[in-house]
Ligand binder design. Sequence first.
Ligand code: AMP
Length: 460
Amino acid sequence: MTTFNDFGLHADINRALAAKDYTTPTPIQTQAIPPLMKGRDLCGIAQTGTGKTAGFSLPSIHHLLTYPHRANPRSCRMLVLAPTRELAAQIAQSCRDYGRFTKLSVTTVFGGVPINKQIRELSSGVDILVATPGRLLDLIDQRALRLDDVEIFVLDEADQMMDMGFIHSLRRIAKLLPSRRQNLFFSATMPKEIAHLAEQFLEDPVTVSVTPAATTVEKISQYSTFVEQKEKQALLHSVIASEDIDRALIFTRTKHGADRVVRHLAGAGIKAMAIHGNKSQSQRTHALQAFRSGDIKLLVATDIAARGIDVSGVSHVINFEIPNVPEQYVHRIGRTARAGAEGKAISFIAPDERPYMRDIERVTRSKSEPMPLPENFNELVRNLPKPAQPPRDTGSQGRNPQRQREDALRGRDGNKPRGDRGPRRDGAPAGEGAEGQRKRRFRPRNKSVGAHKGAVKRVG
Ligand code: AMP
């Protein structure tokens, strides 16, 4: 069996791995690290949870240490692009962990926070820069950063980037990169459009593919309950009371829906927090920390906000609403059963969500076990405690309260729950924070670019 010592990684990296108690490389690490150490380009078909971050960052850190030199001002030596702030922050943290015995500098830049601090951090140059595409281009436009010194370029979660409408940003960034560089490209799925995008970045790549999603899904016990949409909250309270939960992630399709679930839980004296694109960065970080530390056991999230969340010990994923794109389901339930642990996924299926569940079961080649409603369910529904009043500061950013009230009166709430607006087939969770704004601005007109979203994709 391969061990980390077999890769010939720099001693400082091996020390960091030992400190993290990593002994055995995961399959993607075993496949990706040797060709990356030789400087090859790589196309990786892998999702979060497979260990891909170490797969790309360990050999990259090795390269930076093997050819040491100071980064030029307003430049970086390694650039990692990620679709969301959470994922960017997490990748940066992994790089810091793996590089903790080195002097390499790691910086993260993403939207939704003031740009000036980021401009200052970049001014003297950084070794590893982890960025979301929109903010990266803003910094380039402000002449705070140039990309001509990039030696290693990593594009992570390419399929999510496409779904979020970052295609034009990516094309612009590609033109700014130097021609001599090592390229790493990761995507959970590889439909034609993503493969085409990969071709634009990669030169004679090694392709590695790990853990088909179906296998990941098989490790998770999946249950589903048919329930009316308006009775889901009562079911949630019942599940929380009856299940042995260490940590549960509860997924809703909308930001408004996530807040409503939290308020209902608060009304019943159950502590939970929400994480979504309308929360400020510090609120999101605070909620994640509370969840990680065990201060709260329940985190309610929308898909984009939860993408890439890496919290160990998530015993349950509860699909309060069913995603209409099967891959979202795979990403959601992949938050549990991390690194070989067992997990449980429970889906609440309203009548109009049944077709989504059928699609999910076909794509994941798995079937969830029926979980009947509790015997006293009608009573639970009748006695459901009233939701708590929304706190004065709901965390909504940039929305004037007066305007919100006016919108509500006119029935113009952009956050209206999906169920009220009818199903949406493109699978794009609408308007998630600054990056979501971009999505609307840059959504490609050319149909073929986004066409993969409607198609049934092979997972993994
Ligand atoms: P990733 O897919 O990169 O998000 O990694 C998923 C999780 O697995 C993270 O919590 C990593 O810290 C952890 N991990 C990655 N590689 C290993 C390894 N070789 N042994 C144990 N845990 C690992």
